[in-house]
Write a protein that binds this ligand. Structure first.
Ligand SMILES: [Ca+2]
Ligand SMILES: [Ca+2]
Length: 238
C-alpha cells in the first residue's frame, strides 16, 4: 500500500512535469506577428514589406486595398493614394497572431498637366445688367489662359453664338492640347465675349495652380462660382 502510494506520487509528479513542459513548449511556439516596410509610400511605387515574425509557418497579408498575399516578405504597389490598414496574420498549427499597421500612401506629384478641353455650362447672363451684345443675343464666348504676368498660354478665339441648349453648354478643344509644366504657377481661366468692332468684353476669371487641383490623377478639374461653372479635362504625367 505504501509502495503504491509512493508510486502514485511519482506518477503524479511526472505527469505534472510533463504537462508543465508541454504547456511551456506550446507557449514557446506561440507565433508573434511583426513586420516593417520601406518608406517608398507614394502611389504607383513599390512598397517592400519585411516579415520579422517569430515561430510561424504560414503568413497571410491583407494590404488594405483588397489585395492579399501569402509570400513571407512581399512587395506591393498601391494604385491610389489613401490610408490603408495592413494586417499580417501568422500561424503555427492551430495558433495565430496578427499585427496591423496604418500605411499612408501619398499621391505621386505630377510633373506635367495636359489640358485637353474646356467645357462651360454657366456664365454671367448680363454685363452688369446690360446684354453682352447690343442686339441682345448671348455672348460669343471664348476662353483665355494666362498667368499672373499676363503671359498668354491660350486664346482660342473660337467662339459660339448663339449658345443654345439647357444647360447652356460650350466645349472647346481649339488650341489644345496645351502642356503646362510649372505645377505651382497660378493660372487664370478668363472668359470673354468676342467683339468684332471693339475690345472683347471681359466676363470674369477664376484662378488655380495645377498642383493644388491634382487629386489622385483625376481627369476633371471643376470650377464653380456664383457666375461661372466650367470644367477642364486634363491628363497628368508623373
Ligand atoms: Ca460684346
Ligand atoms: Ca459678342
Amino acid at each position: 500500500m505504501k509502495f503504491l502510494k509512493f508510486n502514485s506520487l511519482i506518477t503524479a509528479s511526472l505527469l505534472t512535469t510533463i504537462l508543465f513542459q508541454f504547456s511551456c513548449k506550446k507557449e514557446d511556439q506561440k507565433p508573434e506577428a511583426c513586420f516593417n516596410y520601406t518608406h517608398q509610400t507614394n502611389a504607383n511605387e513599390t512598397v517592400a514589406f519585411t516579415n520579422c515574425s517569430k515561430n510561424y509557418s504560414g503568413a497571410t497579408w491583407s494590404f488594405g486595398d483588397g489585395e492579399t498575399s501569402h509570400t513571407r516578405s512581399p512587395e506591393h504597389t498601391y494604385q491610389n493614394q489613401g490610408t490603408y490598414q495592413v494586417t499580417l496574420v501568422v500561424d503555427n498549427d492551430e495558433k495565430t497572431d496578427s499585427y496591423t499597421r496604418t500605411l499612408i500612401i501619398d499621391s505621386s506629384p505630377p510633373i506635367r498637366m495636359t489640358l485637353n478641353s474646356i467645357t462651360i455650362t454657366k456664365w454671367p447672363e448680363t454685363d452688369n445688367g446690360n446684354p453682352w451684345d447690343t442686339d441682345g443675343t448671348t455672348p460669343d464666348l471664348f476662353p483665355k489662359i494666362t498667368n499672373a504676368n499676363r503671359y498668354l498660354y491660350l486664346s482660342t478665339e473660337t467662339y459660339q453664338n448663339p449658345v443654345t441648349g439647357t444647360p447652356y453648354l460650350f466645349s472647346t478643344t481649339s488650341g489644345l492640347p496645351l502642356k503646362i509644366t510649372n505645377m505651382e504657377e497660378q493660372l487664370y481661366i478668363e472668359w470673354y465675349d468676342l467683339d468684332p468692332n471693339k475690345a472683347d468684353d471681359f466676363m470674369g476669371s477664376l484662378g488655380f495652380t495645377p498642383l493644388s487641383r491634382h487629386v489622385n490623377g483625376e481627369n476633371t478639374i471643376s470650377f464653380a462660382s456664383s457666375k461661372f461653372e466650367f470644367e477642364l479635362n486634363v491628363t497628368w504625367e508623373y
